[in-house]
Design a binder for this molecule. Structure first.
Ligand SMILES: [Fe+2]
Ligand SMILES: [Fe+2]
Length: 189
């Protein structure tokens, strides 16, 4: 799935987007803002998946979960966490934090994969096969995702701001850009 998402992202992002990765920690904060919008859209769909705007909302959520979320989780798991593991001091408590966040990533992945088929149905103007189950799954995902975002915005990203060196940030930005098919540029080291 990550390969597909990366290929899609490559098609979607042009070289002009390279500047977005000069400040990778701020990029991650912005992604978290987008994830809050996705949670709100999911809750609207849980309330009424037959509403006039439901197909539009479902398309927004589906696009994010299929293409952006896997990239975001990979940014954290494959690049940010290893850098912080190297830089954090024992008193930062990063070992416990990363164990919690990684286990939530695994659970989240299972949860959002279960939402894809019902969302596709709504995009096509149909009702999900089991609307009650979909509503419960959508609400649970939104609640857990907001809790996860709270940990990351409140603890993880502030720690990254404190501990990552300029070279770490350049490496992180470069890797995140490459994951989206945007290759090495002098702007991001
Ligand atoms: Fe995140
Ligand atoms: Fe995360």
């Amino acid at each position: 799935m990550r390969r597909t998402a990366s290929a899609t992202a490559q098609a979607q992002h042009g070289a002009g987007d390279i500047n977005r990765f000069r400040h990778p920690i701020e990029f991650l904060f912005k992604e978290h803002d987008r994830q809050r919008v996705i949670c709100a859209a999911l809750e609207l769909l849980a309330d009424d998946c037959g509403a006039d705007r439901a197909p539009e909302n479902a398309a927004l959520v589906l696009g994010y979960l299929e293409h952006e979320m896997p990239l975001h989780i990979a940014d954290e798991e494959e690049d940010l966490f290893p850098l912080l593991t190297r830089r954090c001091a024992p008193e930062d408590g990063f070992e416990d934090l990363v164990a919690l966040l990684s286990s939530e990533h695994e659970t989240d992945e299972k949860r959002y994969l279960a939402l894809l088929a019902p969302l596709r149905a709504i995009v096509n103007g149909l009702r999900p096969p089991d609307p009650v189950q979909f509503a419960a799954d959508a609400r649970t995902f939104a609640v857990l995702q907001r809790r996860h975002l709270g940990w990351e915005n409140g603890t993880l990203l502030p720690l990254a701001r404190r501990r990552l060196t300029a070279a770490d940030r350049a490496q992180l930005g470069r890797k995140m850009a490459e994951r989206r098919g945007i290759f090495r540029s002098p702007l991001i080291g």
